[in-house]
Design a protein around this ligand. Structure first.
Ligand code: 17E
Ligand code: FE2
Length: 432
C-alpha cells in the first residue's frame, strides 16, 4: 500500500524512534519500521516530531501595527490600549487582512498550526472582525484559527459594548471575550462578566476573558469567572487569560482561589512576552516579574498554557510569532527550569494550550488523528527549547505547509572553518 506521506526516523516525545504514515490527511500508522512506499517521504534523522505548537492567545487584528499611531512610550498596558484606540480608525479590512495573513505565516513557519486570536469588537464598523472572519477561511489550509469576540474597551465602559459583543457572535466569532479589570468600577467588571457568561450560554460558545491583567492585588475577577463557570455548569469551557494580579495576591487568598479554579476546570493562559514588559511598570524595586503563578497552578493540577499575545503591536514592539520564544521566556520568568520541569514547558505550548482551546479530541500524535505535526531541528523538547530550534517540516492535514533547512554555522579553528552544532560533545570525552 502506498501512503501519501511517510516520515522516517522520527523521535516522539516519549523517546520512541518511529516511522509515521499518513493517508487522506490522517495518521494511519506509527511503527518502529514501516515497509511501504509513499508519494512523499521525509527523513527526520532522529529529530523530535511533536504535535504542532499552539498559540492560545494573540491579537491578529493588531499584529504588525506597532508605530502606526505613535510608539508606546510608557510601555504600559494602558498606553497600549490608548495607542490601539488611535490606530483603529486608520485600519481597513484589506490592511488588517494583509498584516494578519503575514503574521499567521510567521507563526505557522515556526511550528504553530493552531491559533486563537482575540479580535477587538469595540468598533461599530467591525473592520478587524470582518477582516479576520475572511482570514479564518482563506488561511484554513495553513492554520486552525479560533476568533474571540474581544471587547477591548469594555462591555459596559464602551458605548454599546454589550450589543457589539453579541453582534460579533452572530457574525461568527467562536468564543466570547471580556475585560473586567478594564471596566470603570469593580461592580461594572462583575456585571460585564455576567453579560459575557450569559452570551456564552445562550450562543453555546466557550469563553476566554482577559482577566486581572494588572499588578493591582485588589483585582479579583478570576474568582467571579470561577463562580459563574460553576453556577452555569460550563466547566472545561472557560479560559482566564493573563491573571497577572495573581502574582500579587496574598498566599492565603491565592490558596483559597486555587480550589475554586480547579473545581471550575478553568484554564489559565499566561503571556510571557507581553506581560514581562507591560507589568511592573509602576514598581521601583523589588520589581515584579509580571506573570501569574504558573508553577504553583500547575502543581495544583490546574491547566496552564503559554501564549505569545503580540507580534509588533502597540503593546509589544518585538516578536516573530515564534511560540518557542514565549515558552523560553516563560520558562525563565516562572523558573520552570528543573530537570523534570523543562519538558513540561513543552506541554504549555502544545497539549495544555490544545486543552484550553477545546481541541484535544483532534490533537496529538496518534493513529486516527489528523496528520498535524512538526519536526524540529533538535533531538528532544529540552534541546528544542534550549536552542530555539527551527521547525524543519510543518505538516497540516498531511500536507507539508512550511519547511526550513537547518542553519549552517561555521567557526574558525586554525585555518579551517568547521561547522558547529550547539550540542554537547559526548563520544570520547572522559571526565574524572
Ligand atoms: N489588549 C489587552 O488588553 N492586553 C494585552 N496584553 C494586549 C491587548 C496585547
Ligand atoms: Fe491579550
Amino acid at each position: 500500500m502506498a501512503y501519501d506521506l511517510l516520515v522516517r526516523n522520527a523521535r516522539l516525545r516519549d523517546g520512541r524512534l518511529v516511522d509515521l504514515a499518513v493517508s487522506a490527511g490522517r495518521i494511519v500508522a506509527i511503527e518502529p519500521r514501516i515497509a511501504a512506499e509513499a508519494a512523499e517521504t521525509i527523513d527526520a534523522g532522529g529529530r523530535l516530531l511533536s504535535p504542532p505548537l499552539v498559540e492560545p492567545h494573540c491579537h491578529l487584528d493588531a499584529a504588525l501595527t506597532e508605530g502606526l499611531a505613535g510608539h508606546n512610550r510608557t510601555g504600559t498596558l494602558l498606553e497600549g490600549i490608548q495607542r490601539w484606540a488611535q490606530t483603529k480608525p486608520l485600519l481597513t479590512v484589506e490592511t488588517v487582512k494583509e498584516r494578519a495573513k503575514r503574521t499567521i505565516e510567521w507563526y505557522a513557519s515556526q511550528g504553530a498550526l493552531v491559533i486563537r486570536s482575540h479580535v477587538d469588537v469595540c468598533d461599530p464598523n467591525f473592520v478587524g472582525l470582518r477582516a479576520l472572519l475572511e482570514v479564518r477561511e482563506e488561511m484554513r489550509d495553513l492554520v486552525d484559527l479560533q476568533l474571540v469576540a474581544f471587547p477591548q474597551e469594555g462591555i459596559l465602559s464602551y458605548p454599546g459594548g454589550g450589543e457589539l459583543l453579541e453582534e460579533a457572535l452572530r457574525m461568527g466569532c467562536d468564543v466570547v471575550g471580556a475585560i473586567p479589570h478594564y471596566e470603570m468600577t469593580r461592580e461594572m467588571g462583575v456585571e460585564s462578566l455576567r453579560i459575557a457568561f450569559e452570551l456564552a450560554e445562550r450562543y453555546d460558545r466557550p469563553l476566554d476573558a482577559h482577566c486581572d491583567e494588572t499588578d493591582d492585588d485588589q483585582s479579583r475577577f478570576v474568582e467571579v469567572m470561577a463562580a459563574e463557570t460553576i453556577r452555569r455548569g460550563l466547566q472545561g469551557r472557560v479560559v482566564a487569560s493573563h491573571t497577572t494580579a495573581m502574582g500579587s495576591y496574598n498566599n492565603a487568598y491565592a490558596f483559597k482561589l486555587f480550589g475554586w479554579l480547579k473545581r471550575a476546570e478553568l484554564s489559565i493562559v499566561a503571556n510571557p512576552p507581553d506581560n514581562s514588559i507591560l507589568q511592573g511598570r509602576f514598581d521601583t524595586y523589588p520589581k515584579r516579574r509580571g506573570l501569574t503563578r504558573v508553577k504553583e497552578l500547575l502543581e495544583y493540577g490546574i491547566n496552564v498554557a503559554f501564549g505569545h499575545d503580540s507580534v509588533m503591536d502597540p503593546w509589544y514592539p518585538l516578536g516573530t510569532g515564534n511560540m518557542l520564544h514565549a515558552a523560553w521566556l516563560g520558562l525563565h520568568l516562572v523558573q520552570l527550569s528543573g530537570y523534570e520541569e523543562i519538558p513540561l514547558v513543552w506541554d504549555l505550548v502544545t497539549t495544555n494550550a490544545a486543552r484550553a482551546l477545546g481541541i484535544l479530541d483532534r490533537y496529538g500524535i496518534d493513529v486516527g488523528k489528523p496528520a498535524d505535526f512538526v519536526v524540529f531541528d533538535a533531538a528532544n523538547e529540552r534541546d528544542a527549547l534550549r536552542m530555539l530550534a527551527p521547525a524543519l517540516w510543518c505538516v497540516k492535514r498531511g500536507r507539508i505547509v512550511a519547511r526550513a533547512s537547518a542553519p549552517r554555522v561555521e567557526i574558525r579553528r586554525a585555518d579551517e572553518f568547521v561547522p558547529i552544532r550547539y550540542e554537547r560533545p559526548g563520544e570520547g570525552l572522559v571526565d574524572r
